[in-house]
Each structure stands twice: as C-alpha cells, then as structure tokens.
Design a protein around this ligand. Structure first.
Ligand code: A2P
Length: 315
C-alpha cells in the first residue's frame, strides 16, 4: 500500500474507502469488508448520515482484532451548518461519538459554504450564512483549536478552489494538510495540483469513478459514463484489469489519494488492488487528452436565487 507523508509526519494511505452514498444497512458491512481486504483509510462525513453505523463497524473491527486504531486512518468532515465558532467543536464531538473514536486522523471543512445552524440542507437564500457572517478563517481557527486539543491529528479542507486555498494559506496559523476535491480523467485540476504539490498539501480525489449512484436530482441528463469511457476501457484491456482500476491507479500515478466508494465486497477488493497496476507514460498521455474540466458535482445546488454563494469553484 502506498502512503503519503503529510507535513506533520502523519501517513495517509493513498487509497481509502468512500462512504458517501453508502446506504444505511450496508455501510457497516462495507467497512468491515474493506478492513479485511487491507484498507487502512475510511473517508466519512457527518452529512452522509451513516457515521453511527460506521462507528459500530469500527468498534467490531477493533474488538475482533481486525485492525488496531493506530493503524487505521479515519477522515470526517464538518458540515455546512456548523461553521460558526461555537458550533465547530460540538460538531466534531458528535462525529467522534458517532464513530466511537477518541480522535480523528483528519478533519476537513466539507465546503466553503455556510448554513444557519438549524438547517440541514439550505435551499432558500435566508437559510445560508454569508461569507461575512461566517468567515472561513473563523471556522479554520476552530479547526486549529481542535488540532491543538488533540481531537484530530490533521486538519484540512474540501471543495476549495485554488483562489480559496491561497486565501486560507495567507490567514491560517496551521496550513491545511489536505484538500479533498473531485478528480478523475475528465477533471484533472492541474493548476490546483501543482499549487498543492508546491505547498505540501495532498489532494484527495472524490468521485473517482464518476459517482453513478448519485440521486437523480444531482445528475445531468447527458452525463458522461467514466466507467465506459473508450480510452479508459482500452487501457484496462491492455493491463488485463477493470476500467475502475485504471481510474483509481491514475490517482496514484499523479500523487493524489483517492476514495472510491463501494458497498460490494468484490468491488471493494478490486478497487484496493488497483495499486498493483502501473500505468505507462503512453497511458498517461492518452488520459491527458480526456481532461474537459467536467464536474459531476458542480455545486450549483448551493446557488439559490438571491443567495450568497455563486461560482463556488471560482471558475
Ligand atoms: P457499488 O457500491 O455497488 O460497488 P464514486 O466512488 O465515484 O462515487 O463511484 C461509486 C459508484 O461506482 C457506485 O455506484 C459503486 O457501486 C460503483 N463502483 C464502485 N467500484 C466499482 C468497480 N470496481 N466497478 C464498477 N463500479 C464500481
């Protein structure tokens, strides 16, 4: 297994199990299967609504001696309705309680978007807090406090554009260790990757397989199917592996970590085995031609009429 060493010397396993969209009733089994298969990195978030079940699975895994806590990397994320200074630590404590853990390996600000405290998912302008009402730097100071108190071993962000990341770096006392963003062959984000490399920030890619299991409302009618992409399929055939394995292996060749989601035991294992595939220079050149800046998660769901957030990715 490949690891990335962060600025704080923590070692992030390159491939993690994604749990976004993993259904209640299935996610716990998936976590156990993943740990049995050799995964040492589980990606969670409060908003996925399944952390309590993940916590039960972790408890079982530790009790059965499948893995020791210190050998497992657990990430979670602060939801948008807990950005205010007095909400950050309580939200983290809720996540720790649900996951039945004393500490997280990594805690991320899920989005550079803030909701009012009692709002699960804002759909009207008055359900948001403006960036002036809930400045990211104030939220970040609380993330730093969580780190200093030992609740989390590393802190970072998610869905931050280059512009927002640069701005955070100017004001932060502790720089973020990770930025988790959408990444796949249709969305390379080269400029962001180069900046992160130069600043020792690890990029983690979500939706590496195109997240075909998103709800219908989140999907566009004419979405490209990454798993059926012709270039990817040909490369997969040449390596005698699956398209998913090519998509995952591509991350390792770029130095990004990656969190494919599956609740299927066979695919969970298949995805981890991607580390065995070494893409050639020619494969990488071909994949380069696929970059269209295409986003499956375009964040327009935060752009409501009269609301404070527009063009969240600053594109
Ligand atoms: P399943 O959970 O039934 O395996 P992403 O990681 O981009 O969000 O994509 C997740 C989607 O990809 C889910 O529908 C998941 O289904 C599917 N998936 C996960 N691994 C594989 C694989 N190896 N081959 C094909 N589909 C996969």
């Amino acid at each position: 297994m490949k690891f990335y060493t962060l600025k704080n010397d923590q070692k992030l396993p390159a491939i993690g199990l994604g749990t976004w969209k993993s259904e209640p009733g299935k996610v716990g089994e998936a976590v156990i299967e993943a740990i049995k298969s050799g995964y040492r990195h589980i990606d969670c978030a409060a908003v996925y609504g399944n952390e309590a079940e993940v916590g039960e699975a972790l408890k079982t895994a530790f009790a059965q001696g499948l893995v020791a806590r210190e050998d497992l990397w657990i990430t979670s994320k602060l939801w948008n309705n807990a950005h205010e200074s007095d909400k950050v630590i309580p939200a983290l404590q809720k996540t720790l309680k649900d996951l039945q853990l004393d500490y997280l390996d990594l805690y991320l600000i899920h989005w550079p978007v803030a909701f009012k405290a009692d709002v699960g998912f804002a759909s009207k302008a008055d359900e948001f807090l403006t960036p002036e009402e809930a400045p990211i730097i104030e939220t970040w100071k609380k993330m730093e406090e969580a780190y200093n108190k030992g609740f989390v071993k590393s802190i970072g962000v998610s869905n931050f554009s280059l512009k927002k990341l640069k701005s955070l770096l100017v004001d932060a006392t502790l720089p973020p260790e990770v930025n988790q963003v959408e990444l796949h062959p249709l969305l390379h984000q080269e400029e962001l990757l180069e900046f992160c490399n130069n600043n020792s920030i690890i990029l983690t890619g979500y939706s590496p397989l195109g997240s075909g299991d998103r709800s219908q409302e989140m999907k566009k009618d004419d979405e490209p199917n990454l798993l059926e992409n012709e270039v990817i399929s040909k490369i997969a055939m040449a390596h005698d592996c699956s398209p998913a394995q090519v998509l995952i292996s591509w991350h390792l060749s770029r130095g990004t970590s990656v969190i494919p989601k599956s609740t299927n035991p066979k695919r969970i294992k298949e995805n981890l085995d991607s580390y065995k595939i070494e893409l050639t220079e020619k494969d990488l050149q071909q994949i380069k031609t696929l970059d269209k800046g295409y986003r499956y998660v375009d964040a327009t769901f935060f752009e409501v009429p009269g609301g404070p957030y527009k063009n969240i990715y600053d594109e």
